[in-house]
Structure formats: C-alpha cells, structure tokens
Design a protein around this ligand. Structure first.
Ligand SMILES: [Zn+2]
Length: 671
C-alpha cells in the first residue's frame, strides 16, 4: 500500500516520517488504507492452501504489522503533539481502528489454528518460536478461541473502551489548555525567582486572561510556584488548578472504562483486569504487584512521617498552622533543603543548563554503549524548536533522535519517548527513529533554559527509553521494544535516570549558567545519594496512584460507581500523609486511562527493584560506568527487546534475582 504523497517517508534508508506536515485529515485515508492492508494480508494468509509455515504465515503478517506500526506512529504523533479540538472525532475513530482489525484477525479460527500449529512446529529456530508464541499469546489476550457469542460482546466492549480512552485524553487536554491561574499583583509572587516571573508574564500575554501574570497548567511551572511562592493562597490555588484537571469531565468516563475492563477480563476468564494485564508480565498476577507496592509504601510512610516532623519544626511551618497541606510541603522542603543541604531548588537549577544536561546524557550514553550523537541541522527537524540528532554506535548509523522539548498548544503535558521505527535485523540499513517529547517552558529569545532537578532526571529517564529503542535489534516486529513486558519497560529508563546523580555526570556537565563554575562538590555529594530530598514523599507520590490503579482494576464488573471514593479509601488505608500529593489524581491519570499502563503503574516500582539491584551489580564490578558490565547489560537486556522473556534477560545480566532491600537502601528510606 502506497502512502498518500504528502505522507510518504522521504529520503534514503527507509526515509523519515513527515512529522511536520502530517494532519488528521491527511492521516484519515492513509491510516485506514494501512489497516485495510494488514487485514488483506492476514486474510490471504488464512486462505493459503499451502501447509502453514513460519515463512508463509508469520513473515508476511509481521511485515504488514511493521508497516502499520509506522502509520500508527504518525497517528500517535498527531494525537500527542499536535491535537486540535476539531480533529478529536477523526483521531478517536482512527485510534480505535487497529484494535478492531486485530480483534477480527485474532478471532479468525483458521488464522488462529494456523499460528497455533506453527508455534508447535519442531523445525522453528529459537527466535521464530518466540515470535510465534508472542503472537499466539497476544491473540489469546484478544479472545482467540472464545465462542462466538462472547466474541460479539468483547468486540463491543473493546470499541467502547477505545472511544472512552480517546475521550479521557481529549478532556484532559482541554483542561490543560483552558485552566490558568491569573495573578493581578506582583506582590502575590513574592519568593518566585525572576526567570519564572518572566515566564508568567509571557504566559499572560499569550493566554489572554487580562491579568499581568498567569500560571499555566504545566507541571514545571506549577512545581516551581509550589516550591517558591511565599503566598500560601497562591500555592493552594495553583495546586488545586493542577489537581483539578479532568475532575469535572472525566468521572463518568473513568467509571465506564473500569466497568468495561472488568467485563472484558471476566469474558477472557480472569478474576479481574489486574490479573489479565499482568498475565504476560513479570508479576504474573495482580496480587504480586500489590504486595510489592504495599511493602515499599509501608517503609515510605515511616520515612515521610520522620521527614514531616523536621518540616514542622521550621519557623515557616509554625506560621502555616496545625496542618501541613500538599501545597505547603514542596515550599517547606525548599526551605529545609536550603538549611540542611545548603541550596534550594532554584539554586540547584542554576547549575542545570538544558544544553549541558543534553551533552551530559549523550556523554553517559557514549561512555556506556559507545554511541555518538551528532546534531544534524540539515536533517529533517520538523519544527524550528525541535533538534535532530544522528546516532551512531561504533561508527555505524543506528538511529535518529529528535528532541522536542517545549510545550505548545495541542501537546500532552507529559514527558515521553516515542519510537517511530524499530530496527529489524533483516533491514540493517534502516535506522531506529526516536524522539523525546517534553513540556518545558519555551525560553525568551536568547535566554538559557535552566532545568529543575526533576526535569534533569526526566531528560535522562527518557533518553534511557530512547537507548532501549535505539539499541534493540530484533528478527520480527513481535519481538520489538513495544512488546517488552510492561513491568520491565521502565527498568532501562530508571537505571539511566540514576546516572544524572553521579559525580561523573554532574562534575563534568553541571556548570553555573552565568559563571561557568562547576557545581560545588558539596552539592554533588548531596545529589549523589539519589538526589531526592524527601524520599518518603517521593515514593508515596508514585505508590499512591499505583495502589489506586491496582485496586480499581481488581474490582468486578459494575462495581465501580465512584472511582474518587475508592481513591480516597485506598490512599487513607495506605497511610498517605495529608501533605503528600499523589503524582496523578484518578481523573487525570492519563497513564492508566489513555495510555498502556492500566493496572500497570506499579511497573515503576517493579522496575525500580531491578534498578536498585542492577546499581549494586555495577558498583560491585567497579562503578556505574563499568565497561564490561555495561556491555553485558546491553547484550543480555537492553538490546534484546521482547526476544527474551524479561526475567531471563534480567538474570542473564545480574546472575541473580533482584530483591526489595536493595531498593529500600537506594531510596534512602532506611535512614
Ligand atoms: Zn518511563
């Protein structure tokens, strides 16, 4: 199937996607045609009178999937980075199409029987067997083998879920764009640093609220206000604005998604959706995931309470009154940090120039995996504020990385990595195409961009995902990184994120934006332990949503009426302190209701158990940049995609099982 001329991937080596010019309207016909092409190939395969073989069945199917993967990358790109309200319906329709087609194919009895037969054939290579089994298990998860009456119901449920997930995301995007906190009087902004005030002033000019300053609904800005603003009422207003995203429009959407997911799990023979989601993961079932998060949360509750006692002793806390609220904790932390560590968040950020941190993360990737990143302004950058980088390993071209780091209208208020094309062993000249998308505040012309510590971590985290995509080479798309077990997927990114805390990176790349002086060693030492000042609250901010997600997805059909009540109950039962805000409220939990993390937000903790253990493996061998250990990590885990089951991949690297105590130590919850 040929792409519409304006959607063709131009250039040599498989070309580059037209990210700058793709529109929902152009995508409409193109994407429908690509889905139809997959269907056509699959039906021809099913009708093939020749006896089933890997070559006549899975090879054509996998190549058709690969072509559709690329079209889907364009669709994700428009939905996530350039969505316009008027395209919402078209994009939601398109987003549902592939699922419908894949359901139809999974439910095709001849096709299913053919693949089941191939999976049992003795002459397969190890790689072919793995692919056949992965495809088969994906078909079973879609209901292959179910009786027809159940299939009709499943079909309906899937279509409804896809439409509701699209609605959830559109509602969230609308709130992110529309919610603002205007500020009339500069005195209200006491404590806020000059660069941030500048941002608020520019925001006011573009958003048209009629006030001289305006706080947009963007996490980096919200975080800065919460940490810096002395005016408690302003902090509360900004915090509530952020927490309120989705609160009005999403409750019915969430309840319906949860009920439909529970019905789907029941149809497929699982006790609940958490068990269905975990079936192909390392956790195997929802109980194991729950147990892990609860164990970590118990330690974190104690650590958070110890930390809160220290906050409560601050003179500024006494003026707040009897109760520290979530809009107070970041502010008090900043003061306590300045007193105990000798610097606050704004002073730290003066050493975190965006360009230097980019250099630092590329240096770390180069040291570990012999990758080089060369800026190519002649390469397709698709927007003026997006830079394109050519990635080579041992001198050989392996990929392209785009850095799309600034917020704009129509773009999700998140940081994420996307992979627009994976590397296939059979197409060695086609590089991986990856991008890091973020939501940083665009700088004023000529001004440097200073990152918060959080955003510096996020940048390294996303490069960790990008390296996973860049270094993975597989035989078939089914083994690609997109199919890595969900509780392994955050492991390489969180391991790489940890590197930003090392003296190797900070010592070389953290320099004062005005004087160029290196970051003081005392500051480096404070950050070396992981750099999280209030680790209990940090862990709970993730563990809270992870537990809410698991509990909601362990409920039966039609039992979730009020998800917010469940959220309040779960948070109360886990002992979530009042002063700690969950990183995501249930009504704006895009990971779970618009992305692939349903019953899977625990993956961050699961991955972190492996990361903490892996750090100890590296350190025992000689340090986090130890060359032989890095090579073993790359060959055993980072470069294998889903070709190797995740538990086997981890054991091949670490030569042991990971355990929770290493994580408790890494997070500093034991001090
Ligand atoms: Zn991640």
């Amino acid at each position: 199937m040929l792409a519409a001329p304006d959607l063709a991937w131009q250039g040599p080596r498989g070309g580059l996607p037209p990210l700058g010019s793709v529109t929902a309207a152009a995508l409409d016909a193109h994407y429908r045609a690509e889905v139809a092409a997959l269907r056509e190939v699959a039906l021809a395969v099913a009708d093939d009178p020749a006896p089933p073989s890997f070559a006549n069945t899975l090879v054509p199917l996998q190549m058709a999937e690969h072509a559709l993967d690329q079209a889907e990358a364009l669709l994700r790109h428009v939905r996530n980075t350039a969505a316009r309200p008027e395209d919402e319906a078209t994009l939601a329709d398109l987003a549902a199409l592939r699922g419908v087609a894949e359901d139809e194919l999974a439910w095709h009895p001849t096709l299913f029987a053919r693949i089941a037969e191939i999976a049992g054939q003795e002459q397969l290579t190890t790689s072919e067997r793995r692919t056949a089994r992965l495809v088969l298990s994906a078909m079973r998860a879609r209901g292959a083998g179910l009786v027809r009456a159940k299939l009709t119901e499943l079909k309906e449920i899937n279509a409804q879920i896809a439409a509701l997930e699209a609605r959830f995301q559109a509602n969230l995007l609308a709130d992110t764009t529309q919610l603002h906190a205007p500020v009339e009087d500069i005195r209200t902004l006491a404590g806020v640093d000059a660069a941030m005030i500048d941002v608020l002033q520019r925001e006011a000019q573009t958003c048209g609220v009629g006030a001289p300053y305006c706080v947009p609904c963007a996490r980096p800005v919200v975080d800065a206000i919460l940490a810096q603003a002395e005016n408690r009422a302003l902090r509360e207003r900004v915090w509530r604005m952020w927490a309120q995203r989705g609160a009005v429009s999403n409750p019915p959407v969430v309840a319906e998604i949860l009920n439909l997911r529970a019905r789907k799990a029941a149809l497929l023979g699982y006790a609940n959706y958490a068990d269905l989601a975990a079936a192909d993961r390392m956790a195997r079932n929802g109980d194991r995931a729950l147990e892990l998060v609860e164990t970590i949360a118990r330690e974190a509750v104690k650590a958070a309470a110890r930390h809160e006692e220290r906050l409560a002793r601050l003179p500024q806390a006494r003026s707040i009154g009897s109760r520290i609220e979530p809009w107070d904790r970041p502010f008090l932390n900043d003061i306590l940090s300045a007193g105990e560590r000798g610097f606050n968040a704004a002073q730290l950020s003066e050493y975190l120039l965006l360009d230097s941190m980019i250099e630092g993360m590329f240096w770390a990737a180069g040291t570990l995996y012999q990758c080089t990143f060369t800026r190519r302004d002649d390469l397709y950058g698709w927007r003026e504020d997006v830079s394109a980088w050519e990635v080579r390993q041992y001198g050989e071209l392996i990929g392209v990385l785009w850095l799309d780091l600034f917020r704009r209208e129509g773009k999700r208020a998140l940081a994420w990595m996307d992979c627009y094309r994976f590397r296939l062993a059979s197409r060695p000249d086609e590089p991986a195409l990856t991008a890091i998308h973020h939501y940083l505040t665009p700088p004023a012309p000529g001004e440097p961009v200073l990152l918060s510590w959080e955003d510096a971590r996020v940048l390294f985290h996303e490069l960790g995902h990008a390296l996973h995509a860049l270094l993975t080479v597989v035989d078939h798309p089914a083994q690609g990184m997109a199919h890595v077990a969900w509780d392994m997927i955050e492991m390489p990114s969180q391991l790489f994120e940890h590197l930003v805390t090392t003296p190797e990176v900070l010592g070389r790349f953290a320099r004062h934006y005005q004087t160029g002086a290196p970051m003081p060693e005392a500051m480096q030492r404070q950050l070396a332990a992981g750099g999280i000042f209030d680790p209990g609250a940090f862990v709970l901010s993730l563990a809270g949503p992870a537990l809410v997600d698991l509990h909601l997805h362990r409920m039966g059909p039609d039992s979730v009426v009020d998800a917010e009540r469940v959220e309040r109950r779960v948070l109360a039962e886990m002992g979530m302190p009042r002063s700690v805000a969950p990183r995501h409220g249930i009504m704006n939990f895009a990971h779970v209701f618009a992305d692939a993390y349903a019953a899977g937000y625990y993956c961050y903790h699961w991955a972190d158990v492996m990361v903490a253990d892996a750090i100890e493996v590296f350190e025992a061998a000689g340090g986090l940049f130890h060359a032989d250990t890095a090579r073993r990590f790359e060959t055993a885990l980072l470069g294998v995609g889903a070709a190797v089951p995740p538990g086997d991949a981890y054991r091949a690297f670490a030569r042991r099982e990971p355990a929770v105590p290493a994580l408790i130590r890494k997070l500093g919850l034991d001090v």
